[in-house]
Write a protein that binds this ligand. Structure first.
Ligand code: ZN
Length: 648
């Protein structure tokens, strides 16, 4: 990607007329008119999906109704709508020669699907405008911080294809925050308060859980500046215990916005807990204190966050202005939420602890490590976020809509193989024991993917569900007396009879004949073709695998609203394991050729087993699980081939 391109996009109207004048030399058109035209052109260029207006922007002609839709412009969300408006509010200029954003996760949990939007917005916005994005760990609340969360966050950002210009911690700025806090006190913008929690609530108009009462100032609000200063230093040096003293901003109690009701700025942690990285402080700044000022200190131009922080914008601006420091521009977009699952850390911990899921990366969860393990490609996640678009309004998306987006992404980007989930042995009695016919199977509808050969032999395996003991007129797959095609095998087979385990009644083997026509006779045309895998040790066929398929972990769209608790909503059939599945031998070749799709961040296939993705013809999309070994292949189902839940 050429980072210089996008920044050229919004042509500055005042420069454009000059160019037009020189080129046209047309005296009849007024400068004003030219400016208008240039502005229009710039607008059109910005709206266009193609950065070069000269190029054809029409979608490619479609070959047939089954052709996948042309991929959307991956930068669409930056070109029009909310993010474009945000840019226009503060475009590149002499005071802002470079766009700088930040992604500020708390290192106390794994990122989930909702964070992918924050990553796409913050990193993407910077990249699109040729700027940079900082990965800032917001360690203002070290409760629950763990090293593994740091590395997982780094890892996921990189997996999604983004590189932070640098990594910072909110705590890197504590010294500066401390200085600024003393300055704030000196400017009569903060005071040390010794009120209890209940007292502070009452001051904010809340008594016995009832809000909206009269607000009033606490007695410490008017204490002398010098006194607050010395008390603040005492706080820093460990004189007080948790709850005995706190620094509060001196804002505006008359303001209807609760973010102006003398917010806490520094607090003393419970039990004198030390900060992991800034142990010299016996107190920690609050999010409200640290966030806006860290943005300011780090020279963030556009601080993009979700609408939960809309009210905080006022305190963010108040604090920067009160201290007379550089003020970044905070703007808020609607968050992304997936329904039918739980995303809260507390709930996922419970699921893991009680064994409802394997771990934080269980493919049924919507943490980003879980989606990765399931086999969802990073590009599909970004494309999903882009498709939803970025506005002020949040998105509550059903899981099957997400799956549909993933399915579309995979359709044209991964190879195809034949996979039999639940094999049923078929013996073609009229073939010689050593019959071996190589059948060429294309890896994709796209010829660029090439083809591979699979052995057609006397014994093949088909899907158990593709056979019926009793035929019916509206049934077109295999049954006694019925003829069916095997994908890419020259002639069809007809079932003659079958064997059953007398004890269980389960069909153990189907006998069939090969319908190779006699010379001069017309071949039989089957109504349906089914997938299959031949038995040939010489050609490593079949490759045996354990395949795990997943359904929604919960029964309802809103597990948390279950009166008996979210665990009562767990779907007992959320996972089905096919222990004896079979894959055609093309699996070896596509494993060597991974990653599929060719995602930039997955070139190390050993570290990214999930990047071995493919479509099982007539079955589903699959990816290799991280537990897979050379001795035992384990696959996860990424998504089904068709949307079966979306029929609403
Ligand atoms: Zn007080």
């Amino acid at each position: 990607m050429d980072p210089s391109k996008p920044t050229e996009l919004p042509v500055r109207p005042k420069e454009a007329p000059k160019e037009a004048e020189a080129a046209e030399g047309e005296p009849k058109i007024s400068k004003r008119e030219l400016a208008k035209q240039a502005k229009k052109a710039a607008k059109n260029a910005a709206k266009s999906n193609n950065p070069q207006p000269a190029k054809e922007t029409k979608p490619k002609p479609q070959n047939g109704p089954k052709e996948a839709p042309a991929p959307r412009d991956p930068d669409a969300m930056f070109k029009i709508g909310f993010l474009s408006d945000v840019y226009q509010e503060r475009p590149l200029s002499e005071t802002h020669p470079k766009i700088r954003t930040r992604f500020p996760p708390e290192p106390n949990g794994f990122l989930h699907i909702g964070h992918s939007k924050a990553i796409a917005v913050n990193f993407g916005f910077a990249r699109y405008h040729g700027g940079e994005c900082i990965l800032r760990f917001d360690d203002t609340n070290p409760e629950g911080e763990e090293e593994r969360y740091y590395s997982a966050i780094r890892d996921i950002v990189s997996w999604l294809g983004f590189t932070p210009v640098r990594e910072t911690h909110a705590s890197d700025n504590f010294d500066r925050l401390y200085e600024l806090s003393e300055e704030l006190i000196k400017r009569d913008g903060a005071y040390v308060c010794h009120c209890t929690k209940a007292e502070v609530k009452a001051q904010r108009g809340e008594t016995d859980g009832q809000r909206g009462g009269q607000r009033f100032a606490c007695p410490h609000r008017t204490r002398p500046i010098e006194e607050s200063l010395s008390e603040f230093r005492a706080m820093r040096d460990g004189k007080y215990k948790a709850g005995e003293a706190a620094l509060r901003m001196k804002q505006d109690l008359e303001d209807p916005n609760p973010q102006m009701w003398d917010l806490f700025a520094w607090r003393i942690p419970e039990g004198g807990k030390q900060h992991l990285r800034a142990s010299k402080y016996a107190m920690f700044p609050t999010y409200d204190m640290a966030h806006g000022l860290c943005d300011s200190i780090e020279g963030i131009t556009h601080s993009l966050c979700t609408t939960e922080f809309q009210l905080s914008r006022v305190s963010y601006e108040w604090l920067n202005d009160k201290l007379d420091v550089y003020r970044p521009m905070q703007r808020e977009y609607g968050r992304l939420n997936i329904t039918g699952t739980v995303l809260s850390k507390r709930k996922i911990i419970q699921l893991v602890k009680e064994g409802h899921v394997r771990d934080w990366d269980d493919p049924r969860l919507y943490t980003l490590i879980a989606l990765r393990r399931r086999g969802v490609p990073p590009g599909a996640i970004l494309s999903f976020v882009n498709e939803l678009g970025v506005t002020k309004v949040g998105s509550n998306v059903q899981m099957h809509k997400f799956d549909q987006s993933v399915r579309q992404y995979l359709e044209t980007t991964v190879p195809r193989l034949m996979v039999v989930l639940e094999p049923l042995k078929v013996v073609i009695d009229d073939l010689a024991d050593d019959h071996e016919e190589m059948c060429e199977v294309p890896y994709s509808k796209d010829p660029a993917f090439g083809t591979h050969n699979v052995p057609f032999t006397k014994t093949v395996y088909i899907e158990r569900s593709d056979f019926r003991e009793v035929d019916a007129t509206d049934y077109f797959r295999l049954a006694p007396g019925k003829t069916v095609g095997l994908i890419k095998v020259p002639y069809p087979i007809t079932a003659t009879h079958f064997d059953k385990d007398p004890a269980t009644g389960v069909v153990t083997c189907v006998h069939a004949k090969y319908e190779k026509p006699a010379e001069g006779a017309a071949p039989i045309k089957p109504k349906t073709f089914i997938h299959w895998v031949g038995e040939s040790a010489r050609h490593h066929s079949p490759i045996r695998a354990e395949i795990r398929t997943f359904n929604s972990l919960f029964k309802s769209e809103d597990p948390s609203s279950n009166p008996a608790g979210f665990l009562a909503d767990i779907n007992p059939d959320s996972e089905q394991i096919y222990a004896d599945a079979m894959i055609d031998p093309g699996f070896e070749e596509i494993s060597r050729g991974a990653p599929w799709p060719k995602e930039a961040a997955e070139t190390d296939v050993t570290a990214n087993k999930h990047s071995i993705r493919f479509q099982g013809m007539r079955t589903a999309y699959f990816a290799v699980d991280r537990e897979s070994t050379p001795e035992k292949t384990i696959l996860n189902r990424i998504v089904t081939l068709k949307d079966t839940q979306g029929k609403t």
